[in-house]
Design a protein around this ligand. Sequence first.
Ligand code: PLP
Length: 365
Amino acid sequence: MANTLRESYNKTNYKLGNHGKRNVQVLKEALQEIDENVESDIYGQGKIIEDFQEKMAKLLGKETAVFFPSGTMAQQIALRIWCDEKDLGKVAYHPLSHLEIHEQDGLKKLHKIETILLADETRVIELEDIKEMENGVACVLLELPQREIGGQLPSFETLVQISSYCKEQGIKLHLDGARLLEVLPFYQKTAAEVSALFDSVYMSFYKGIGGIAGAILAGSREFTSQSKVWKRRYGGDLISLYPYILSADYYYEKRASKMAEYYESAKELAAFFNECEGIHTLPIVPVSNMFHVHFELEKAEAEAILTAVQKMTGIGISGYINVINENASAFEISLGDAYKDIPTEIVREMFGVLSGKISEVRREK
Ligand SMILES: Cc1ncc(COP(=O)(O)O)c(C=O)c1O
């Protein structure tokens, strides 16, 4: 019996989000066509890593790029380099940026870098926030899309204005582009066109791309050669990174061209959620393949409804739900290959069941 939300989710035949299970098959699929005589990279050198770095530098329109095991490592290093260059240990970013809330204060503890929080938690950073910030910041980091608020984005015009303002002021601009490819269909720009507004860019290979793990950090030759020194200091210069690189490349080739499809799926699915009384998505109309689903119900009520709907319909909506406050709860969803496997009729039926269950609970209140 699937009694918990997670169990009921795991037992469903279909899933609304992601690309499928994150099991060992993900790596096996990536390696199946690779010649067994291909040689490993060795401590950051060798054809396998150098070719991929060059390919990603080209994609991002930067002089050079370096492959890292994680974005956490790559971005702390990027900010450290910009702070050292200015001899100024201060950076600015969003209050809900990954560095601020998910990295155990790595930037502050390891580098003694001070942070200034721009904008309030509920919205993206605008030009005014940067103009109004105190003087003496080495670097501003923008996260596109801003994940913790459902994946929202500033307009492209705002990015252009922020970029030229930072240039004028001698402030470096770094892109947390963990989900850079995922926002390109909304902006109708290439990765290089967006990256051109930034001095340094990080992109992930296990989010929309769906690889195992890994990140690329791109910028000028001078910047990336310094980043390689820090990668070694961090213990990120693994003797062999090829399982991550090969899977990053394989899934990049498989999915980079599907971001517009995921974006369309996200808009369609968000519209279904927004038709249900007591549910809304953030943003209402997604601007990438991700969004948050908010229930006007306390966590335990939403959990019970989702568990029941997943058991009845065989469609996996979510394996978790977080508390927002005593009357509200939410989960995140990112669209990938899995959604297209579900016949639309079945999705519609599931939303009928979900709507019915929510109405029942609300009536009983
Ligand atoms: C916006 C953002 N930045 C950075 C990271 C860090 O990436 P990694 O897990 O590779 O350290 C993540 C990971 O979830 C992220 O969502």
